[in-house]
Design a binder for this molecule. Sequence first.
Ligand code: PAF
Length: 282
Amino acid sequence: MKVIRNPQKLNRILKRISCERKSIGFVPTMGALHLGHLSLIKKAAKDNEIVVVSIFVNPTQFGPKEDLKKYPRPLKKDIELCRKSGVDFVFLPDNKTIYPYGYSTFVKVEGLSDLLCGVSRPGHFRGVSTIVAKLLNIVGPDIIYLGQKDAQQAIIIKRMVRDLNFPVKIKIMPTVRLADGLALSSRNAYLTGEQRKEAAVLSRSLSLARSLVQAGACDSSRILGRMKEMIRKKRQARIDYIEIVDLENLEKIKKIDRNCLIALAVKFGNTRLIDNTIINHA
Ligand code: PAF
């Protein structure tokens, strides 16, 4: 496994590999790797001859009051995990290489970026789509692997790839959960013992929504009401949003009469967790 910091060098090597008709699978990350990331890497290794993982805590996707400085950076451990998981190249650029002095070019997927998490994190998805566009240009992968846990991010990247004609396939892999249902996230590390226990309510509320739909409920406000009621019973939970939205355009829907996404963001203390489930309408 090679760790490469220079984008031009990585690009040169990977172009040569592509010319040999070897397929390249790419997993973009901000490090603090957990089993969720490892499931993406495993799938990338199964599907492709070459696996590239990027580790870059992207400053442009953090708001001024967010956790950029304290975001976990266990770099040695991450590199070791990559090595053990069969990664071929780790791309480890620094801020100045990615955003040199005078950097002024951004990619924003209009509309989709301002809904759901975009409301309380303005500018977040502009940062995400910009860095992913740059990484796609540097790595030139055949397939990019993303997690369903960041459903809105995946939908935005899909739209950007389509709109800007990036020659890459996208594979979205299921959310990896702990025994009590909590979705794996690097931010779980910030939770206190009590918050960690309470946070399991998020996946339980999504299961409740699924069972209500299975039992014939289709009125969004009724389903959302039951979910909120369940979450509000937890002392430390503060709901940012819970919404039922169209799976394509992320617009709120009143009635579940098509494929939709139930998405939520809830704060426990200062830690904001997200989770979601997809409902496929029969
Ligand atoms: O999901 C993440 O870890 C990040 O948003 C990503 C896609 C690596 C871009 O920085």
